[in-house]
Design a protein. Structure first.
Length: 277
């Protein structure tokens, strides 16, 4: 999801976009600048570079195309039978120093690079988290958004993902269901997911302790709290004409609207009919 860029227009002549190394370049940038502090399992990482001091290019933004959160998202959101034919726009992170349209500048060019480098990927799915997040001191660190950028880019709004229950850290950050699954099922990436919890203050597992039991213990102590989530807004970017035709079998709904008066929880504005009820 995009993070705060400036309110001025960018100068395209000072920017460039290119594929970057996920482990050495994208992951450190995302962990430092994204509110979740976590990196999804990437299929391709793309960087936004600005002319820095001394004529050197500086990495100022990262777009990460990641594996879908689950195999059901490809048929449900993209109308594709093969889960490998779709990917998620897992991270779109831009430094505040960049202009207001830097997100769309990076994303549009990243889509073209994705199509060239990964022709087997036919659609990109992106999610907008509408829940406002606050830390233990009551400070808003994520205002919640409904995907206005994706609407401007001409995506197809397909509705919400399924409601869920989030596990929330003491600092207000949610632990992703994917990270929880990695820990419980001893999947690839389990160690990084556990380290994220430990850095946040969870006790380290004892020698020989079952990881699933350790996670249950961490939750039982009150370190993790459960909070219901209404589901994220889902947007579809078909990358070929044939896939746009296939996508006709999935819903195409009016874009959601941001409730600028919301002070907490879901910031999605209610439909006018609901307001009149």
């Amino acid at each position: 999801m995009p993070l705060g860029a400036g309110h001025w227009e960018i100068d395209p002549g000072t920017l460039s976009v290119d594929i970057i190394d996920t482990r050495r370049e994208a992951a450190p940038f995302v962990r430092e600048h994204h509110y979740a502090g976590a990196m999804p399992v990437a299929r391709l990482s793309v960087g936004l570079f600005a002319n820095g001091r001394g004529g050197r290019s500086e990495l100022v933004g990262v777009c990460v195309f990641s594996h879908p959160v689950n195999n059901a998202s490809a048929p449900k959101t993209a109308g594709l039978g093969d889960p490998r034919a779709a990917c998620d726009l897992g991270r779109l992170v831009i430094l505040d120093s960049q202009g207001a349209n830097s997100e769309s500048f990076l994303a549009a060019r990243a889509f073209r690079l994705l199509r060239r480098q990964k022709p087997e990927i036919l659609s990109v799915i992106s999610y907008a988290d509408p829940v406002r997040r606050v830390d233990a001191d009551g400070h808003v660190f994520l205002p919640g958004h409904v995907g206005g950028l994706y609407a401007v880019m001409g995506s197809r709004y397909t509705g919400r993902s399924s409601p869920r229950v989030d596990l929330i850290l003491p600092d207000g950050r949610p632990i992703s269901s994917r990270a929880i699954s990695k820990i419980r099922n001893a999947e690839c990436g389990q160690r990084y997911a556990m380290e994220d919890l430990i850095r946040a203050g969870a006790r380290a597992p004892r020698l020989g302790e079952d990881r699933g039991e350790w996670l249950a213990s961490v939750e039982h102590t009150g370190f993790l709290t459960r909070r219901r989530h209404p589901g994220c807004h889902a947007y579809l970017f078909p990358l070929t004409r044939a896939v746009r035709i296939a996508a006709r079998k999935v819903p195409s709904l009016p874009y959601p609207i941001l409730d600028r008066a919301a002070t907490g929880g879901d910031v999605t504005a209610l439909p006018l009919l609901d307001l009149a009820a």
